[in-house]
Structure formats: structure tokens, C-alpha cells
Design a protein around this ligand. Sequence first.
Ligand code: SF4
Length: 128
Amino acid sequence: MPVLELRPHHGLCLLHFVGKGYSDAFTAHMTDTLATLCENPQIPVRLRSGADHLCAVCPHRRETVCESAKPARYDAAVLHYSGLQTGQTLFWKHFRAKMEWLSKRHLQEICGDCRWYPLCAELEKARE
Ligand code: SF4
């Protein structure tokens, strides 16, 4: 099974995705990726820095990095709070479980200044 390369904070974004995104192409790509992961929880995910599988069609991508400094900060916070490391590979089901744990405890500290945070926080609360 091919390895899916994800930057760490995108584990949280996938967990809270409800069909909204930066562009139609980005939203469609998120939807497809999430469907694939849900159908195949054993897909290996490798954590990477910089632009990843989901960034491929993002309008904010500039070559291998994001035009915003926020995603790198979110990635660092996810690694800090989860104990995961860049370069680590784990099954999607295990990464997702980690993200569920993390989201319940540290979502605001990790990405509270993201434009989508109110939506993600509301969803998190509804899951309690
Ligand atoms: S608030 Fe932003 S960075 Fe955090 S999970 Fe939601 S979309 Fe992703």
C-alpha cells in the first residue's frame, strides 16, 4: 500500500473536515483523501515537513512551502503535544487515534488562530 505523506497538523484538519476548504479543488482533494483513508485505515502515513499530499492543490502553496507561517507552527505544536516525530510512519488508524486524543486536549493551543478554528472547535464540542 503506498505511503501517504502528511504534514502533522493535517491529521487534525482531516479529523474535522466537513466539506469546506480554500478552493473547490482543495475541497475535492480533501474529500477524496479522507474517503480513501476511511476505507483503508491501514494506509501508512509518513509525517513530513513542508507541503504534503493535501497541499498539492492548495492555492496557498508556494513550491514546497506554504505562503503562511501558521502551518509550520501548527505542525511543531502537534509534534510537541503528541510526541510524534517528522519522518515517523504509522497507520492512519493509529495517527487518527492520536489526533482524536490531541484534539480533545490541545486544539486551541495548536491552531486556535486558524480561520477554520471556530468550526473545528464546534465539531469537537459536539463529539463530547
Ligand atoms: S482549526 Fe485549522 S488547522 Fe486546526 S484542525 Fe481546523 S482546519 Fe486544521
